[in-house]
Design a binder for this molecule. Structure first.
Ligand code: HEC
Ligand code: HEC
Length: 210
């Protein structure tokens, strides 16, 4: 019974869809030194370079899933965007899953403030697109839905949202045959009618961030 119980407890973080419990933020702080150069000491990203995004709004479970993809070449592999390839190389310092859990736990402790508004768009049109095409998975307030693997979008950099939506559409993200969740999102990025709609929905998501 005790054995069964401990196996069950061991599975709990997975079942609950949260990996916070498995990460050691103190150990993660050390690891994050190598990430800070691009993502900022406060995790707010490097908006000036429009390259490394803010991380502080992301659920640790999503960060770990993405880090695993980067490390395996499922994201940032052949045919993916240059910036994604850059990020994939950075996972060399993450020697195992524990290191990913730890660094994600540390990032969760950071307060990166709120991103600047850099994308102009028609907020009313963005609202309509969002409710029609995005809210079912990402949540009506863009808060994310761990059970659906859909990350939190509220709080993300608007330029990063635009860049990722373009990347999904162009197939430089979400094309790898093992990228099941990326492919799901790729299909959804395709339903936005045009570039203006990408800007509108991204500006809208930025506008509802607290
Ligand atoms: C050389 C700069 C650089 C360094 C160093 C770096 N990153 Fe990144 N990271 C990026 C870029 C650029 C992206 C965006 C990739 C893209 O556009 O697909 C990114 C994306 C990410 C993402 C995905 C975010 C999302 O919303 O999908 C995570 C998670 C992440 N980085 C974590 C880390 C961690 C943890 C470290 C340290 C071990 C680190 N990064 C080091 C440049 C960097
Ligand atoms: C069927 C469910 C679903 C719908 C509908 C959906 N998404 Fe997603 N989205 C996902 C999943 C799953 C991911 C994670 C992809 C991954 O694991 O790489 C994602 C990822 C993203 C990302 C990348 C975020 C990051 O930080 O890496 C953006 C941006 C995004 N979605 C925006 C949208 C927008 C805008 C819409 C509406 C046009 C939308 N999504 C509709 C499931 C969905």
């Amino acid at each position: 019974m005790r054995l069964i119980l401990s196996i069950f407890i061991g599975l709990l973080p997975v079942l609950a869809g949260t990996v916070n419990a498995g990460g050691n933020a103190d150990a993660g702080k050390e690891i994050y030194n190598t990430c800070a150069a691009c993502h900022g000491a406060d995790g707010a990203g490097a908006a000036a370079m429009k390259a490394a995004p803010r991380l502080t709004h992301l659920e640790p479970v999503y960060q770990v899933a993405q880090l695993q993809k980067f490390k395996a070449g499922i994201r940032g592999g052949d045919g993916d965007s240059k910036v994604a390839t850059q990020m994939a190389a950075m996972t060399a310092s993450l020697t195992d899953e524990q290191a990913m859990l730890d660094v994600a736990a540390y990032i969760a402790t950071l307060d990166g403030g709120v991103s600047a508004v850099t994308v102009e768009g028609d907020l009313a049109a963005g609202d309509t697109h969002y409710k029609q095409f995005c809210g079912a998975c990402h949540g009506q307030a863009a808060e994310g839905n761990v059970a659906m693997n859909a990350p939190r979008l509220a709080g993300a950099d608007d330029w990063y949202l635009v860049g990722q939506l373009q990347s999904f559409r162009e197939g430089t993200r979400g094309s790898h045959p093992d990228d099941v969740t990326g492919m799901q999102m790729r299909a959804m990025a395709g339903v936005l009618p045009d570039a203006a709609a990408i800007n509108d929905v991204s500006a809208y998501i930025r506008s509802i961030a607290k």
